[in-house]
Structures are given as structure tokens and as C-alpha cells.
Write a protein that binds this ligand. Structure first.
Ligand code: ATP
Ligand code: MN
Length: 476
């Protein structure tokens, strides 16, 4: 007999038919009721057996975590909590899970504990739900861009350009690190390395995406992004996935429109396609929030998601934001760790969250940042001191998107890289796109796991990626 997936069985049950179901035992109650999950849905199927008919030694093997194949008849359920169940004709234990050793028991485990057993946490309702939502979000991203006529570009994971994020990069080398070759200056001789030069893991695919956009019109990347961020926060990973669209002929306003549309599309996609998993995650969050004081509780998950889909994001300039922050209560009362005194200050997460969660209570897009605190490639505004940058700030998360209109004017770009101390020859290929047929263009980077945090209502970024890479942690 062919195996029936539990999701298909629950969605289109044929009462009276005989089915074969395979999965993992979640619970076994009263020597009678087996809850089986096969990952195709958050829901378990209940299999009911007559213990008097079964071999006692086989019954003992039905334990939480064991894998099982069950054949039986589909009937309308007598009990509460499920519409159908299977009356077991025969079963076979495929793999035992010794209850003395199996770490997952049918009780609530802390997220911290589950991170230590990341190889098994897929077996929990929480992580299987997150994994399914993650898949749906990956699919939504590709669908959004495909439907708009964008091309997906694979940008390199090993990069030879040191223009971006110096200091945050992981070096890639095949040199013998116990015995590094040195040049005449006593420095490591990168000429002898695999690529004949210093190489690192990418911190962004943007520069390469720009090259493609300046021929293909609309492109996006969706790839691994690696940063040696030694900041143990709940929003940073050393290895995360980033979506970076880049569009020729777009200005900063088109760029904001695209980002807002995309975020709304993805959230709506989750609402439309992940209802059961989100319902589970929403009740999980509600449970968690109960332990917090009333005024610190976040709004219910569905309310939050619908709110983002239905409301326009607030758009304002950095300068306006600084004025608001300067006058704000926490600033006046000295409650910010980094007080806002003057124009030009870099915004910290506490400021971003104040704007989103207290001042506007909506997602906020900030534009026109001081040139000094932003990257070299961002387009200089006519005021000479700000650039056409944009950051999108989300409740509970802070920055979810960072982007800009790019500097398309060769002379200004050359000036810029000089002030940023970037050697011209290291970005000669980037500069050539401005030399030959340059056009205004814009793009942004969306951190996929930050989007996942928002959609799932989880609060630690380590819990929305299967195998988190963070300082001192690369076990699985
Ligand atoms: P932050 O200030 O939060 O570190 P950033 O300014 O370094 O962000 P960008 O370089 O603009 O971020 O990257 C674009 C997006 O990638 C960010 O808006 C965020 O969503 C995501 N992102 C950046 N760094 C990380 C990280 N270490 N882990 C997960 N996502 C990240
Ligand atoms: Mn960062």
C-alpha cells in the first residue's frame, strides 16, 4: 500500500477507507491512543489500537520519538480535538527511541534547551511550524519577483572585493595557517593563496547585483550572507540569508514603494498559506506573553500581521526623526543609552524601536541619512551632506531593510571612494558601469531571518534558521 501523508488525509478524509500512515510518535496515551506526526502538517493523526490484541513487547516500543508505520481504517473520531482517526489493523515500529535517552518529552521545553539539540528540534511543533513557514516565505519571495519580471542572480559567495564591510569578513584561504608564506614586507603573501589574492566570504551581493541590473533591468539575489559580527544580539547571525533586489531607472521613492509592496506581499502570503502553523505560533506567543507585565506585552500575532498588510508605512527623513528623538521623553529623561544630542548621530536600535513602537506605532521608512554614517555607493543628495539611503524599521525588530538609490555619477563616486579610503583599482569593474552607459538605479537588502522573526512572532533570530551560526557556536 502507498503511504498517505497526514496532511492529505486530514484535508480530504475518506471515511471507511484503509490507509497506511508513517511518522513519528508524539504521544502514546492509555496504551491506546497514538498521536503521529509526519511533518506534512502541524496536526497529528490519532491512531487507536486495541491493546488486548497486541503483543506486549511491541506495545512497549511505541514511545515518544519512535517512528512507526500504521495501517488501519479511517473513521470519524469519537473524541474531541480531531475529526477523524485511524483504527489500527497493524503497526510496525520502524525505529525505536529509548525514553530514557530521547531528550524530547511531551512537555514544554525551553527554546534555549532546544537550541542545544538543534538536530532534533525539527521534531517539535514549534520548529516544524517555523520550518514550514520559512519554506513558504522563500517561495513567496521568489514568486513576488518572478511575477514582476525580475531575474534571480547568483552572486559569488567567495569575494575578492574588500570594498564592503572590512573587518566584518571571514577570510577564505588554502594557505597552511601553521606556516604562512610571508612577502618582503613580512606580511602574509596572498599571491601564493588559492586565488592569488586575498579573498573573503561575501557580506552582500549588492555590488555584483548592480552590474546585472545595469543590463537586465530588474534583478534580485537571495543568498547566504556571512558576517563576522561579534555582537551577541537576538537580531544578528554570522550566517544569514539576504534578499537584494536592484532595479535600473528606479529612484529612492520607487525603491521604497518596491520594498513596502514586497514586505506586504510576503506577510499576506503567510496569512493566506500558513494559517494553521501561524495559529499555533500565535497561541505559543500568547502563552509566552502572559509571563510579562501587561504594558510590555506585544500585540497578538495575527493583529500585528494584518496591521502591516493593511496600513501604509510612515515615511520621513532622518532629519525629522532626529528632531522627534531629541524632543522625545526618553531622551529628555536620559533613558536612552545613547542620548541624541545632534544631527549626524547614528541611530541605535533603541531609537529605531522608539520611533516604530512608541511614536508612530507603524513600520517606518527613514530616508536621507547623513553621508558620513552610510556606505560609499549611496547617492549624494543636492544638499551635499545627506545621501538617498533608506532603512525600514519594524516593530519588535528595528531595521529589517537597508537600501538606497546608488551613486550613478562617475565623478562623484570616485570622490566618494577616495574619502572612504577604498583603493580605486579594487573596484575598477564597479566604476566601469558608471563609465559606460550609467543610469540611475536603486536597491535594498532585506534580512530574511528578520522577516521570519516578524512573521512567526519569535523573538530570537537563532530560532528562525535551522542551524544558527553565532559567535562560539557552529555545532550542527
Ligand atoms: P544592523 O544595523 O541591524 O546590523 P546593517 O545596517 O548592518 O543592520 P545592512 O548591511 O544594511 O544591515 O544589511 C541589510 C539587512 O540585512 C538588514 O536590514 C537586516 O535585515 C539584515 N542583516 C544585517 N546584518 C544581519 C545579521 N548579522 N544577521 C541577520 N540579518 C542581518
Ligand atoms: Mn550590521
Amino acid at each position: 500500500m502507498k503511504r498517505t501523508k497526514i496532511n492529505d488525509l486530514l484535508n480530504t478524509p475518506t471515511i471507511g477507507s484503509e490507509v497506511l500512515v508513517k511518522g513519528w510518535v508524539r504521544t502514546f496515551r492509555s496504551n491506546r491512543f497514538i498521536a503521529i506526526n509526519d511533518g506534512s502538517t502541524i496536526n497529528n493523526i490519532q491512531a487507536v489500537l486495541d491493546f488486548e490484541k497486541e503483543d506486549e513487547n511491541q506495545l512497549k516500543r511505541i514511545t515518544t520519538g519512535s517512528s512507526i508505520a500504521v495501517t488501519g481504517e479511517v473513521v470519524a473520531s469519537q473524541g474531541k480535538g480531531q475529526s477523524i482517526e485511524i483504527i489500527v489493523k497493524s503497526f510496525e515500529i520502524l525505529g525505536d527511541a529509548n525514553p530514557e535517552e530521547f531528550p524530547l518529552q511531551p512537555k514544554k521545553h525551553s527554546l534555549e534547551f532546544l537550541r542545544e539539540i538543534a538536530h532534533l528540534r525539527f521534531r517539535t511543533s514549534t520548529f516544524s511550524a517555523i520550518s514550514r513557514v520559512r519554506h513558504a516565505m522563500i517561495f513567496a519571495v521568489h514568486k513576488f519577483f518572478n511575477d514582476k519580471g525580475f531575474y534571480n542572480i547568483h552572486t559569488p559567495i567567495i569575494t575578492g572585493s574588500d570594498a564592503e564591510g572590512a573587518g566584518e569578513m571571514f577570510r577564505v584561504t588554502t594557505l597552511d595557517i601553521e606556516n604562512l608564506p610571508k612577502n618582503e614586507q613580512g606580511k602574509i603573501d596572498a599571491k601564493q593563496d588559492f586565488f592569488g589574492k586575498e579573498t573573503n566570504l561575501t557580506v552582500s551581493g549588492q555590488l555584483e547585483a548592480e552590474l546585472a541590473a545595469l543590463a537586465l533591468g530588474q534583478v534580485y539575489t537571495f543568498g547566504p550572507t556571512i558576517r563576522a559580527e561579534n555582537s551577541n544580539t537576538t537580531r544578528h547571525l554570522a550566517e544569514f540569508w539576504m534578499i537584494e533586489p536592484e532595479v535600473a531607472f528606479n529612484d529612492i521613492h520607487d525603491n521604497m514603494d518596491l520594498a513596502e509592496e514586497m514586505l506586504k506581499y510576503c506577510v499576506k502570503y503567510a496569512l493566506d498559506n500558513c494559517a494553521e502553523d501561524l495559529t499555533f505560533l500565535a497561541s505559543r506567543l500568547e502563552e509566552e506573553e502572559k509571563s510579562k507585565p501587561q504594558d510590555q506585552r506585544s500585540i497578538p500575532l495575527f493583529e500585528k500581521l494584518n496591521f502591516v498588510v493593511e496600513n501604509d508605512f510612515v515615511r520621513l527623513t532622518y532629519t525629522e526623526a532626529i528632531d522627534i528623538l531629541k524632543r522625545s521623553k526618553p531622551n529628555q529623561k536620559g533613558q536612552f543609552k545613547y542620548p541624541i544630542n545632534e544631527w549626524g548621530a547614528d541611530l541605535q536600535s533603541e531609537h529605531e524601536r522608539f520611533l516604530v513602537e512608541k511614536e508612530f506605532k507603524k513600520p517606518v521608512i527613514l530616508i536621507d541619512y547623513p553621508a558620513k554614517i552610510k556606505s560609499f555607493y549611496m547617492r549624494q543628495n543636492d544638499d551635499g551632506k545627506t545621501v538617498a539611503a533608506m532603512d525600514i524599521l519594524f516593530p519588535g525588530i528595528g531595521e529589517i531593510v537597508g537600501g538606497s538609490q546608488r551613486e550613478e555619477r562617475l565623478d562623484i563616486l570616485k570622490e566618494k571612494i577616495k574619502t572612504f579610503n577604498i583603493p580605486e583599482e579594487s573596484v575598477w569593474w564597479y566604476l566601469e558601469t558608471r563609465k559606460f552607459g550609467t543610469v540611475p538605479h536603486a536597491g535594498f537588502g532585506l534580512g530574511f531571518e528578520r522577516l521570519m522573526l516578524f512573521v512567526t512572532g519569535m523573538t530570537n533570530i537563532r530560532d528562525v534558521i535551522p542551524f544558527p551560526r553565532t559567535p562560539k557556536n557552529a555545532e550542527f
